[in-house]
Design a protein around this ligand. Sequence first.
Ligand SMILES: C[S@@+](CC[C@H](N)C(=O)[O-])C[C@H]1O[C@@H](n2cnc3c(N)ncnc32)[C@H](O)[C@@H]1O
Length: 257
Amino acid sequence: MAERYRRPEHWLDADWEAKAQENPLLAIMTTPCMSEAAPTDFSPGQLDDFFAKGRRLFDAHLKPLLEGLDPEGPVVEYGCGAGRIMKAVIDSGHPCAGIDISPTMLEHCRKLVPEASATWLLDEAGRCAAPSAQAVLVYSYSVLQHISSLERYITALDEMCRMLKPGGALAIQVNCEDFKAGPDAGYRTENFETYSLHFRPSRVGPYKRKEQDHWSGVYIGYDFLVRLLADRGVTAERWYYHNPHKPRAIWAVGHKR
Ligand SMILES: C[S@@+](CC[C@H](N)C(=O)[O-])C[C@H]1O[C@@H](n2cnc3c(N)ncnc32)[C@H](O)[C@@H]1O
């Protein structure tokens, strides 16, 4: 397995736009190879690794969901970064658009994946110009755990559900070690804004930012996630671990009614 590379210390307090300007590939893919990447001109080897990882993620988590849906139906990635997964979606025949909070990430996405059908920048309220009720699949990978307020988290879910057409699939990857155990097992599952940092079941309090990894985010618990989606017309049907050997992130999958 590839060695992990820790993000630079000063990124603990950096926003996504700053990281995108400094080293966008490392901000997305924390591998030693990306630590050497330049802010703009990427080597062929780095790009090969980048898109190969996007393809693996697509094959494992999104391709099965597209089977049975309109083969030319539009797909949207929420938090698309530089477009490594979008490229695999487009190669599968679907038009794919991306949404992000960082203008520089979207600039890279447009250069690296010129076939993208659109890119939309979130506004200050966390909304974007993507049309409602058009997408056959809306997905998000490695984004929601970076949102540090419950209000913004809910806005993100709201936007994703809004874009889905009836029958369309939603697939969101979220980090939470609490999901499996649930509230009855004594694990905190709804830390909301009071404890907006990262909880682990073995801890009685929130991690302090410097003690933990390179993100801080809202962990809302599966039950609450299901309710939020249901309120927005999406029935959550199942979840599974992103990596069963490292059970800290799940994919939640559902469909728009
Ligand atoms: C780790 S990267 C993942 C990018 C892409 N999903 C991938 O896997 O290649 C996280 C991305 O989410 C974006 N992001 C962070 N907070 C966001 C938010 N509140 N709404 C939308 N995008 C956000 C960042 O700018 C960055 O491009």
